[in-house]
Each structure stands twice: as C-alpha cells, then as structure tokens.
Write a protein of this length. Structure first.
Length: 407
C-alpha cells in the first residue's frame, strides 16, 4: 500500500523511533538501516516515507558533524524517506535502565534543556524538506513536584522564549520552519489541556514574553506574539489525554478557541480498568517495571485521584473492595483493545482520528508505542517491525483513507 494519498489528505503519518533502543548516533543510524526499509516496503513502497526520529542529546550533538550529516542524507536518499518530526523529550538514556521521573531532566528550568532543543533544531534544519513544517515534541515544562514557585515558572517561560528566538533566527538563515510542541503528561507541570491553555495564554503568549522575544529578534510586539503562537504549539498525546479522563472533542475545541496549534498528535493508547478493586488488582502486576513511570489516574466517587507510578496506586488501593476506574500511562499497541480482563484507551484514539478525518487537527501524526521492551510477553506476539506496520495500518484503516495497493 502507498501512503501518498494519506499524506496528501490528512497530514504526515509515521511512528516514533524511540521504540528502538539507541543513544549514540551510530546506534540511531543502525536502527534506521535495520528497521525502516522493511517497514517502508510494506507501507509505502511507491512513495516517500516520513520518519519520526528520536535523538538523545549525545546523538543530536554528533549529528552536527559533516560525516553524520552525509550518512543521514545518504540514507534518506537511498531509501526514499524524509524527516518531518523529532522527539526531543528524552534527553538521555531511554531504554534498558531506570528512567522514571528522570526522563524530564534536564527540564525547562535548566539551560541544558534549551541547549539540547536548539541543537536538535539546528540538526533538523539540515534535513527538513523545503516548504514543510517540522515539529519537535518536548517535556511539558517539568515534573510537577519540581516546580516550586513563580521563579521556576518564569525561568521555564524565559527559556521557551529563547527557544523561539533560536527558531526564528534559524528560519531566517535556512528558510526551514520548525515548531516546538509541548507534550502534556500526567503528574507534570502541564498535565491537562486546561492547565496547558492556562500556561500558554498567561505566560507563553503574554505581554512579557512578547516583549522578551521582540527584543531578542528585533520585531514589534504584534509580530512577536505571532511568532510565539506560530512556534510554540502543543503535542497532543492521545494516551495522556485519555488517562486524564479528558473529553476528546472538548479538549480539541478548547485548544482551537485559545488559538493554540497542535503541532503534533502522538497516537498512543494506555491501559483502562473500568472496575478495579483489591479483587483484581493483581492483573496489573505484569505491567510494573523498573524503567518507566506508569502514572495512574483514578476516577472514584466522582473524584480524580492521581498517582505518579503504578506501585503507588496499588499501595493506595490496599485491600479496598470498592470499585473504581483506573487509567494507566502504559503505552500498549493501538490495535489492541481487548486485553483479557481489561481494555485500552483505544476508544479515545478512534474519536481523535474520526475528528481528524473530518477536519485535520494537525499536520503531523506519530504512532508512539515506546514501551515494547517492557510490554508483557502476552502482548508481544509480533516482531517489533510487524507490530509497527500493524499500528500504522490500523491508523490508515481507521481514518478510512483510500490506499493504492503495491503492484
């Protein structure tokens, strides 16, 4: 099947390469050679295939070297691929060792996060096709407990403004238009769409931010506000929103009403247990791992309770036999909904894709099931490449886009 019809009608679709372990540039390049050709052959044999690349700080720095630039250009040309989005969320190691809340570090209070994001943008500009917008998803400010006061918020905001200044200067120099997409996530400073809208409108698009940017890039205040709105967008991760018990239509409508662009939609699904108690909590034991945080949002007696990790939620549940619904931030393959005695938040993905089919909500769609390595074996019945193909195929079929079969 060919993805050209899909791209022309409803935006660019890919998967995020953070599913593949690899921190150095050589590991990233090896992963591209290992996985992309076979995946493209099944999904887009007759048209260019878009890539969503995850680069650690180490890999991004290496990609500034002429030899690395030449290697990636050669790969993209040889395999008829193009790069349209980066995952700039995890700064360091993301597989094989404990990540947990360190995945947010350095956060946007730290100048190292700004430097990393600027490095990503500089590397990205070398490969982004002309006349195409590029997106970089990033940490939603910081882990919520690490934001202590107004000074922390002001520091994060100042760094975001400096990032926009860098993107503006980069576009002036190269003609490449790149946006930063802040990704709300449970237990983070930006946790819900409502919190995100409040931060964007009261801080990122506020007069003080406009004044700062106007001085940095020598424009008037009106142009500065336009630049902030253009370059600072939101990454809507469908798993995160569903785990937070968001309403799909309501959160998209609210973002539109606030004038906040969705720079990227990350297509992902989490775990859903509509009736959890001490009697069946053991079902979740296989999903406990030492690598990632698996935040839990509980709906109980009309109240939402939040836990930073699955063991915390299980401990709080204790021996209670009182029923409540849990949604867990554990990315499962989006083509799975029936997981035995519980299900996934696939329903939210279907709602978002139906909304997107009627009127595109973003130019960039990226399937992101990065937890493959820690997914219980019962749900890893495919090879990772076959699972990626199944996920992308599921999205295409759900969107109802007509595809041309390969000869």
């Amino acid at each position: 099947m060919d993805l050209s019809t899909h791209r022309a009608g409803t935006g660019h679709l890919t998967y995020c390469s953070n599913i593949h372990a690899g921190e150095s540039w050589q590991e990233v390049l090896s992963n591209l050679h290992t996985h992309i050709p076979g995946i493209k052959a099944q999904l887009s044999p007759n048209a260019p295939f878009g890539i969503g690349l995850r680069l650690s700080a180490e890999a991004a720095t290496s990609l500034s070297k002429p030899s690395a630039i030449a290697d990636l250009r050669a790969f993209l040309s040889e395999h008829d691929c193009y790069l349209f989005t980066l995952n700039g969320f995890p700064y360091g190691t993301f597989h094989g060792e404990a990540v947990k809340e360190n995945v947010y570090l350095p956060d946007w209070k730290d100048a190292s996060r700004l430097h990393y994001s600027n490095t990503l943008a500089d590397a990205f500009a070398e490969f982004l096709p002309p006349n195409m917008t590029g997106s970089i998803s990033t940490v939603p400010g910081a882990f919520k407990s690490s934001v202590a006061n107004d000074e922390d918020i002001a520091q994060m905001t100042a760094h975001f403004v400096q990032q926009v200044a860098h993107l503006v200067e980069l576009e002036r120099k190269t003609g490449k238009h790149i946006v930063l997409a802040l990704e709300p996530e449970p237990c983070c400073y930006l946790e819900t769409v409502e919190e995100s809208i409040e931060y964007f409108t009261q801080h990122l698009y506020a007069p003080k931010a406009c004044e700062q940017l106007a001085e940095l890039v020598a424009v008037d205040l009106e142009v500065a506000e336009d630049l902030l709105r253009t370059h600072l967008t939101l990454c809507l991760d469908l798993c995160h929103a569903a785990v937070e018990f968001e309403s799909c239509d309501a959160c998209i409508d609210a973002l539109e009403d606030a004038g906040i662009a969705i720079g990227k939609v990350q297509i992902s699904a989490g775990l859903r247990l509509p009736d959890v108690s001490a009697k069946n909590k053991s079902l979740l034991t296989p999903f406990i791992d030492e690598v990632y945080l698996h935040q839990v949002v509980e709906q109980h007696n009309g109240t939402l309770n939040r836990y930073p990790d699955l063991p915390d939620a299980l401990a709080a549940l204790g021996d209670s036999e009182e029923s409540r619904e849990w949604r867990v931030h554990f990315h499962v393959p989006i083509f799975l909904d029936d997981l035995g005695e519980f299900s996934s938040t696939q329903f939210f993905v279907q709602q978002a894709l139906e909304r997107h089919r009627q009127k595109p909500i973003s130019e960039h769609l990226e399937v992101e099931t990065y937890t493959w390595d820690v997914l219980p074996a019962a749900y890893r019945t495919d090879s990772v490449d076959d699972a990626i193909v199944r996920e992308l195929d599921w999205v295409i079929n759900t969107l109802g886009v007509q595809q041309a079969k390969a000869a």
